[in-house]
Design a protein around this ligand. Sequence first.
Ligand code: HEM
Length: 343
Amino acid sequence: EAAVPFHGARQAGVTAPQQPATHLLSFDLPQTSTAVGRKALRNVLGALTGTLATAASDAPRDPRLQGGGTTRLASLVGIGPALAARLDLNVPASLEELPRFPGDRLDPRRSNGDLLVQLCAADRWTLTVVAELVGGAAQAAGAVPRWTQSGFLPHTAPGTTPRNLFGTKDGTANPDHAAAEQWVWGPPGAHGNGTVLVYRRIRMDVTGFAALSENRRDRAIGRRTVDGVALSGTAEHDEPDVYAKNPDGSYVIPATAHVRLASPRFDGGARMLRRSYSYDDGPTDRGLLFCAFMRDAAQFTRVQNRLAARDALTPFLQHRASAVAYVLPGAASTGTLGEQLWR
Ligand code: HEM
């Protein structure tokens, strides 16, 4: 397997095949005058570009990354809404923090931040080493670490959908290339190669959900646990038909099923690209690192408002952390991440 190229019009961490392990790092920049802050941000983005490009290359300099296998490192760097406002950066006008949702119990020490870096790789070792290099470079340039979070996926054959800790296939109904151009990447122009990442750390009551009968679990999701097929369909990639009815008039995909309430049918077709990972931070703290990319985070807000109110999964979930970031366009081979930010 070849290394994932770092350089390109778009950052690799958004669409490179999902890797088994992820690590998120959030940083703040000290509050300063706009001019000083902009200079600091330029330095940090320069340092991150150099560090990530070298770490992803076929010949990483760090001996700890020279084990012989391919690290498959793919990364992305994003800008938080507060920093964009403070430094008057050229980001999509719609970039802002998410509103509070019913049931949110967010830990501010694990949420938000001025800069977000997501690393994905073939193994945890690579992530630990690269996270240290990234953290070192960012701090030397003036950034202050805020939080980190690691996550993982089950071992899955290429092209198949990984499962989450409820045991259900997660990531089936993702947008194809054409839909992603419309709903995930920015509109053609300055932000056409950027996107917005919504991150939620969602604690899952794995034991409670497992205690439900298989039928109830399937109806809570709206898809069969065993093969991920929608209750209205016959193959995993058949789109859930939210209008299909049983002979008695009830919906085949129940009114409170997750895939019904999250359906793009109720959002004028709007889709998000979900690339979630699981996390395990102790015996009672396991769940999903929900990671989704979209043109405008308002789309997440619409879906999450429906889910928080009615989703059959909601009694088994607790949203504990949250972040939004504008994922920058990629860097050309001679360029630096964030060149489009300055106006
Ligand atoms: C679909 C699980 C949270 C949005 C699905 C599916 C599963 C699932 C199993 C069906 C398979 C698939 O298409 O990927 C979960 C779990 C969650 C969670 C366990 C929490 C721990 C969320 C949140 C949102 C969301 C917070 C957004 C606010 C969606 C969307 C779909 C989906 C948009 C696709 C609907 C479709 O097009 O059919 N989720 N999900 N999910 N989920 Fe979630």
